[in-house]
Write a protein that binds this ligand. Structure first.
Ligand code: FNR
Length: 187
């Protein structure tokens, strides 16, 4: 009997890395997630580092960086935030990017754009407070969020290679399926 191949639907995921640091552990986590994701998901980064600081003075004439940010979000089926926790919140650079994307008034790029949140820190709460802060910002921005599983990842350096290979099976399963305990130490 002839097998009929089902067409595969792919989804474009635009991801934000909330850290500007060269050796960001959240960038490493983003690489790991891309490696572990199902083939139906195509990832592209939405860069934030060259955005000027937002002011509504720009609203009448967005600069190229602001327009590129909004176009990138529009072209994504969903967005993923991979963010550190800075002082119990999200880094200023990430909040700045969200402010840019949410404006000009009436042209909020997050409206009805599905989002998901994850992050890692060396500390044991694994960005939990920053993620809650971010969720409330995204709620205001009218982005429907993936509520479960939550993922608060304590970073342990011996678990990842620098290009995001996860060498521990338990951690890899958790990042792939969310099917084991919610907070893991990556080690
Ligand atoms: C931190 N760090 C931190 N960690 C945490 O768990 N909770 C926090 O509130 C903070 N606050 C904080 C503020 C600032 C300004 C810095 C620079 C750092 C530590 C942070 O988790 C650690 O530096 C991570 O390496 C940051 O992630 P990236 O930038 O490496 O991805």
């Amino acid at each position: 009997m002839q097998r009929i191949e089902e067409p595969v639907t792919t989804y474009k995921i635009g991801y934000f890395v909330g850290s500007l640091a060269t050796h960001s552990i959240n960038r490493t986590l983003s690489k790991a997630l891309i490696r572990l994701a199902p083939p139906e998901l195509e990832f592209f980064e939405i860069p934030i580092k060259d955005l000027p600081l937002y002011s509504y003075d720009y609203d009448s004439d967005y600069p190229a960086e602001g327009r590129a940010l909004k176009d990138a979000i529009t072209s994504a089926d969903a967005v993923l935030f991979v963010t550190p926790e800075y002082n119990r919140s999200i880094p200023g650079a990430l909040k700045n990017a969200i402010d840019w994307a949410s404006r000009p008034w009436g042209n909020n790029s997050f409206t009805h754009k599905p989002s998901a949140v994850i992050g890692t820190s060396p500390g044991s709460i694994g960005t939990a407070v920053a993620q809650q802060n971010l969720r409330s910002v995204l709620s205001f921005c009218n982005s429907p969020q993936m509520n479960a599983p939550e993922a608060y990842v304590q970073f342990k350096p011996d678990v990842f290679t620098s290009d995001g290979e996860v060498v521990d099976d338990h951690t890899a399963r958790y990042l792939r399926d969310g099917s084991v305990q919610r907070t893991v130490g990556l080690g």
